[in-house]
Design a protein around this ligand. Structure first.
Ligand SMILES: C[S@@+](CC[C@H](N)C(=O)[O-])C[C@H]1O[C@@H](n2cnc3c(N)ncnc32)[C@H](O)[C@@H]1O
Length: 243
């Protein structure tokens, strides 16, 4: 087995779409359309998607927004994304001028990859900077319940063609850090990735949003309005920059 881990998502990118085939991206897209329409975001407005991955959500949304830009830190994930506008970039340090986007989106517990409050704060500072006044940001975070129920101390084994994915997760309740080791095993090779995420409390999120001048407009569960938060896997925040 190769002991040195590869970069997160370098191998995962090749299987990502297959692994995520049951994720309800169409419902997430409908939620985002509805929310943008209500906020007066027009279809010609520029929108930035961060941590867009292979573009499973992008491809549901971008056709309606020609000025949609999909971005991700992983070169391998960006290469898989078929969006017309795409860029490799870190959501903590965005290569855009101030006030250029009407809206921004980061989906699928991607902000939890910012595994400290300092990193999350740097990200929100960047989002507030690149948004126009009254611009909208939609993001989701994983819930502690989701982590405990579906990941903590769990080994997930799945077969994709000739690749066996062995996925071990460990959650530390003291630090709220989730460490995941992913092994991609083929008859003649083993690739290994380590992923580190952090679970934030709602209080922590609220404090940081306030610090960066982002006002919460709505909080929902799993991209469904009126869904009870107590059972959520993902908490969705819709926030607005000061006008
Ligand atoms: C669970 S995937 C979600 C991808 C996509 N949003 C989706 O819904 O399928 C998490 C993504 O976050 C990206 N990511 C992690 N840290 C990042 C960072 N600092 N800046 C930008 N992207 C990041 C990863 O490369 C990966 O593509």
């Amino acid at each position: 087995m190769s002991s040195k881990p590869s970069k997160p998502y370098s191998t995962f990118s090749t299987l990502y779409n297959e692994i995520m085939q049951d994720v309800p991206y169409q419902r997430w897209a409908s939620y985002i359309f509805h929310t943008f329409d209500e906020a007066g975001i027009g279809t010609e407005d520029p929108v930035l998607e961060m941590a867009a991955g292979t573009g499973l959500l992008t491809e549901k949304i971008a056709p309606r927004y020609p000025n949609w830009i999909a971005s991700d830190i992983s070169r391998e994930m960006v290469l898989q994304n078929r969006a017309a506008g795409k860029i490799q970039t870190d959501m903590e340090n965005l290569p855009f001028a101030d006030g250029v986007f009407s809206a921004a989106v980061t989906a699928h517990d991607s902000v939890n990859y910012l595994a400290s409050l300092e990193k999350f704060s740097a990200h929100l500072s960047e989002v507030a900077r690149i948004l126009k006044p009254a611009g909208i940001y939609i993001f989701d975070v994983t819930t502690i319940r989701n982590v405990k129920q579906n990941f903590h101390n769990k080994e997930i084994r799945e077969k994709y063609g000739n690749v066996e994915l062995i996925w071990n997760n460990d959650y530390n309740p003291e630090t709220r850090i989730i460490e995941s080791e992913l092994l991609f095993v083929t008859p003649d090779d083993v690739k290994r990735e380590l992923h580190v995420q952090m679970v934030y409390t709602i209080k922590e999120i609220e404090i940081l949003l306030r610090k960066h001048g982002l006002r919460i407009i709505r909080k929902d569960a799993d991209y469904m309005r009126g869904n009870p938060a107590a059972f959520a896997r993902l908490l969705v925040f819709v926030v607005q920059k000061k006008g």
